[in-house]
Design a protein around this ligand. Structure first.
Ligand SMILES: [Zn+2]
Length: 250
């Protein structure tokens, strides 16, 4: 590890759970981020700062003035610019020693499958169920670990699935169909730091996975920003899940 990296990651190197071996694993890994909104800005910032070797930022949206209150990688000069490209530039300032790729167009199933196959972990912070299901199915197919997050109003949730989908549940084992109460930030509003909290928790889960730290998968953690409390719900593997039920233990 070069000297600047030893200095940057000194607090990770001091952690018995990470240390030099864990940091090497983080540096050699690749993460695919779906969505560069409030959740993605937060998760991506920590993954970049932590030295994840290759970040792929995927978002086909452009920065809108209504994003600036919570999507912390963007400023007023970025309005109208592709989020993925602006985010990649800012993340490159946070850590110039990692590789960052921007995908500013919508991915079809085959393109998404290729991106998921190339990643060690996928973080999904998108804002709609069609994409969440598409991302989940690609992760199940490629046996790739998925960290999923959502935030709306003063509520958020985060869960980690896979990569052993033969025996463990996937996102669609919990959400059989779209839950409309989790969609449409514009109509429902969202308290600015709630997506940031969820993105931060997703980064914790992703870094644990990449560094080889033991973690509880298949558990949905629900954050209630009004009470400040978390609730954990164990996700059961569903025998009729459209994504993972056809997989059988070898
Ligand atoms: Zn499933």
């Amino acid at each position: 590890m070069p000297d600047p990296a030893i200095t940057r990651h000194a607090r990770h190197l001091a952690l018995p759970q990470v240390g030099a071996d864990g940091q090497e694993r983080i540096g050699a890994s690749s993460a695919l981020l779906i969505g560069a909104g409030g959740i993605g800005c937060s998760a991506a910032s920590y993954l970049a700062a932590s030295g994840v070797g290759h970040l792929v930022i995927c978002d086909f949206d452009s920065v809108d003035a209504t994003n600036l209150g919570r999507q912390i990688l963007y400023g007023p000069d970025d309005v109208g610019q592709p989020k993925a490209e602006v985010a990649a530039r800012r993340l490159g300032i946070i850590n110039p020693d990692i590789e960052i790729s921007a995908i500013a167009n919508r991915l079809d199933d085959a393109e998404l499958r290729n991106q998921v196959a190339a990643a060690d972990i996928v973080l999904d912070g998108c804002d709609n169920f069609a994409t969440r299901f598409q991302v989940n199915d690609a992760c199940v197919e490629q046996s790739t670990c998925l960290v999923s997050g959502a935030a709306i109003r003063l509520e958020g949730q985060v869960a980690e699935f896979g990569p052993d989908y033969e025996t463990s549940p996937c996102y669609r084992c919990f959400y059989k169909e779209a839950d409309e109460s989790l969609e449409n930030c514009a109509g429902n509003g969202v308290l600015s730091p709630v997506p940031g909290v969820i993105g931060g928790l997703m980064a914790v889960e992703a870094l644990k996975f990449l560094a080889g730290i033991e973690s509880q998968r298949g558990v949905l953690r629900l954050f209630d920003g009004v009470s400040g409390e978390f609730r954990a719900v164990r996700v059961e593997k569903r025998s009729d899940c459209p994504a993972c039920s056809s997989l059988r233990p070898q």
